[in-house]
Ligand binder design. Structure first.
Ligand code: HEC
Ligand code: HEC
Length: 403
């Protein structure tokens, strides 16, 4: 005997089952006005035009951009002829690399930082010890563990390469007479430093071209205000939208990773442990001390800005909470750039999220992040959201390969 009562029960169970499936995946809850505002504030459409850099007279000069492009990829600017900026800042890895700690002439202490969108930042390096892109570029060139060239060697390379010399002279006038191997006089030394700074200013002009492009998240944000059905690739999946909801809400990521670059350009202690075998880094507390005595800082005679207002530097935040604080990195294009954090201490995004969820006490200073109490499925959603921030650069392809 088939059918009858048992059949009806099976039918009812099946209907209930179907209902249960529906209840597991409700349509996404509508965004509140505050949430919509937060989402729009993260969208690339909220990114203002790149601010001018009055400290660098050639910051937007096309000749400087091309010259800087060549210099960026030129390994002759290193003691062993094998290291260029692009060794650690690779175009295919959002201008970072995939090592825990950078390797130039020797193994360094820090994780290479992404250069995409960094021209928006008032501070450079994890501890912000320099305050312009050109001032920053002087450091790796001279650093004994990165490129290790002297100022005179860098200037000699320009003098000996007709293409470089022509570009240099078009931008900055004649190259000063270069000292031989004999000890330099004070005057010669100053002239060589000026030439070296000019080289760095051309590199900075190139770096200003490295800007983030639209991602799935940005297309989603743009589609929110529109009535018609949005393009299919402007849709985020259920876990992705719920991850976004956590990012701007319960998980508090937006407190520091805010604005269209997902960084407040500030410094925070988030309790990241030192790399194994390394001493804890003093972070911004040290950066504040170093920037004030940096001979290329905003107040210096090498700045092309006649006004030298230097408001950022004059009013920079100081204080005890900056001990072990690092610069908040952008969260755009995290894919393929693991490991993460200032010394590459964390291998995967899942581990980075677990780190925030626990928010253990910092071993130096005070961890500003609070334990989140998120459940495993919520952490997965956050991770799914972060993947919607991967996308191409908004930079013409010619700049993304060696010249
Ligand atoms: C050996 C690897 C290596 C080389 C070579 C190198 N860098 Fe870096 N770069 C790093 C590391 C590591 C950091 C972070 C170091 C720190 O905070 O102390 C960094 C930081 C930066 C930053 C700061 C970004 C930010 O958002 O604060 C910029 C800009 C930069 N590098 C540009 C350059 C340029 C330009 C060159 C070539 C002149 C160059 N780098 C050469 C590894 C390298
Ligand atoms: C109190 C400010 C603050 C909060 C809140 C915060 N972050 Fe961070 N984030 C930082 C700083 C600072 C770093 C760099 C720390 C370091 O290297 O020691 C960082 C690093 C990261 C990194 C590594 C990126 C890289 O390129 O190395 C990821 C991923 C990240 N945060 C995601 C998140 C997520 C997701 C949340 C929310 C759960 C969050 N952050 C909350 C400030 C913050």
């Amino acid at each position: 005997m088939r059918g009858g009562l048992p059949g009806l029960i099976v039918l009812l169970l099946a209907l209930a089952g179907a209902g249960a499936i529906h209840m597991n995946a409700p349509p996404p809850a509508p965004w509140s006005d505050d949430e919509l505002k937060a989402i729009q504030s993260l969208s690339l459409s909220a990114l203002p035009p790149l601010p001018s850099d009055p400290s660098n007279a050639v910051a937007n000069n096309p000749v400087a951009q091309r010259f800087g492009h060549r210099l960026f990829f030129d390994a002759r600017l290193s003691a062993n002829g094998a290291v260029s900026c692009a060794t650690c800042h690779q175009p295919s890895m959002r201008f970072a690399d995939d090592l825990p700690r950078a390797v130039g002439l020797a193994i360094g202490t820090f994780n290479s930082m992404s250069l995409v969108g960094t021209a928006y930042s008032p501070w450079y390096f994890w501890n912000g010890r320099q305050d312009s892109l050109w001032a920053q570029a002087t450091s790796p060139l001279e650093s004994a563990i990165e490129q290790g060239v002297s100022r005179a060697q860098a200037a000699r390379l320009i003098a000996g390469d007709p293409t470089y010399l022509a570009a240099y002279q078009a931008l900055f006038g004649p190259l000063p007479p270069l000292p031989g191997e004999a000890p330099e006089t004070g005057q010669e030394e100053a002239a060589v430093t000026e030439a070296f700074v000019n080289i760095a200013k051309a590199i900075a002009a190139y770096e200003r071209l490295l800007l983030p492009g639209e991602t799935r998240f940005d297309r989603y944000a743009a589609s929110l205000g529109q009535d018609e059905a949005s393009a299919p690739d402007a849709q985020l999946s259920h876990p992705e939208t719920e991850g976004l909801r956590l990012f701007i809400g319960k998980a508090q990521c937006i407190n520091c990773h805010n604005g269209p670059l997902f960084t407040n350009h500030e410094f925070h202690n988030t309790g990241v442990l030192p790399a194994i075998g390394a001493l804890p880094d003093k972070g911004r507390a040290e950066g504040v001390r170093l920037i004030l005595k940096d001979s290329f800082n905003c107040f210096s005679a090498h700045s092309d800005d006649p006004d030298k207002n230097c408001l950022e530097l004059r009013f920079m935040r100081t204080g005890d909470d900056l001990v072990a604080a690092q610069k908040t990195p952008s969260l755009r294009n995290l894919k393929g750039t693991a490991p993460y954090m200032h010394a590459g201490q964390i291998d995967t995004l899942a581990e980075a999220l677990a780190h925030y969820n626990r928010a253990r006490d910092a071993i130096v200073g005070h961890n500003e992040a609070k334990p989140l109490g998120l459940l495993p499925y919520e952490l997965k959603r956050l991770e799914a959201f972060l993947s919607t921030l991967d996308g191409p650069l908004a930079t013409a392809p010619e700049w993304l390969a060696p010249p």
